[in-house]
Ligand binder design. Sequence first.
Ligand SMILES: Nc1ncnc2c1ncn2[C@@H]1O[C@H](COP(=O)(O)OP(=O)(O)O)[C@@H](O)[C@H]1O
Ligand SMILES: [Mg+2]
Length: 369
Amino acid sequence: MSVSITINDVVKRYGDKTIIDGLSLDIKPGEFFTLLGPSGCGKTTLLRMIIGFNSIEGGVIKIDDEVINSIPVNKRNMGMVFQNYAIFPHMSVGENVAFGLKNKKLSKNEIKTRVDEILNIVKIEDLKDRMPDQLSGGQQQRVALARAIVTHPNVLLMDEPLSNLDAKLRIEMRNAIKNIQQQMGITTVYVTHDQEEALAVSDRIAIMNKGVIQQIGTPKQVYERPENTFVSNFIGTSNLLEGTVEIQGDKKYIQFKNGYREEVDIPGEFTEDIDVFVSIRPQDFIISTEGEGIEGIVKNSMFLGINTHYFIELSQDHLIEVTQDPDVSEDIKENTKVYLKIKPNKVNFFHKESQYNLVKEGESYGYEY
Ligand SMILES: Nc1ncnc2c1ncn2[C@@H]1O[C@H](COP(=O)(O)OP(=O)(O)O)[C@@H](O)[C@H]1O
Ligand SMILES: [Mg+2]
């Protein structure tokens, strides 16, 4: 049976430096949950609190209903995969994986059965007798994963497990990890600073900055409705334009600073105009060489197979990225003047002062959840 993890108001201090100051989140049984954030934001610190390598200075961590704060590492029944693999160079693949079982008091036969089962799951059964220096990076990472799950732990923790692999292998391994996680139904906390990787593997993602969770949501939710500008900038590519949401009677308009104005239908009651940053993904522009819209000059274009990307100068030093709908065949040449409209219910409007999104996640506006 899969377990839940409840993290309630936890505090982590190193000496007099507070790294995490009251962080809470709930991870569901069997969930693939990712901590995503820039280097130094506290992801590893939190993971080490969950497994027990770090002390906890406040709050509680629970597995199902049991508080585990003072349970030692080896009694927590968790497996962990580290960034640098940490497999033993003097042991064969089979011995490395069996090492995970050494305190389990199992017979030789049981150990062999368990090791073979796991090597089969991570698809390295034919490498059982190899030594680590005869393995590729991806194979070594599979050994580390096998060793972490051979005990059938309740919780699997992974700290940037793919960051030492090349781009192609990273994609192959993230698919393998996702499949194995689903096959075993094991509650998983995955750490990465790579937003694309997080979007690809996770059921839900918590985006962290400076020890504080900025948003928790499904990959779609955090991509489409980022709660604030930090999340918006961290996930995917987006362009920020200044403007004002203007209220006129029962209508709302986005008035861009550079002149263009368009009706929008943002949910919620606003009583006065609000200065905003409008965050627009490259694919949420409609580009045309005539008509009206935000004016710009095409500086550069790139054909990337699915569609063409344009880099468009709105004013000096303000370059934005726009993709053209794939069904438009017309190619726009460099130095052409263009007019950009937006897909108003796909873009996000961030309150200039608070940096919070005027459109709340889950509001059925533009996207369905
Ligand atoms: N053992 C430690 N002693 C003191 N400071 C630490 C220790 N480990 C981490 N830190 C600090 O805590 C912060 C978060 O680090 P870490 O959890 O490793 O971030 P991340 O994994 O997100 O890159 C950083 O400022 C780091 O310097
Ligand atoms: Mg780290």
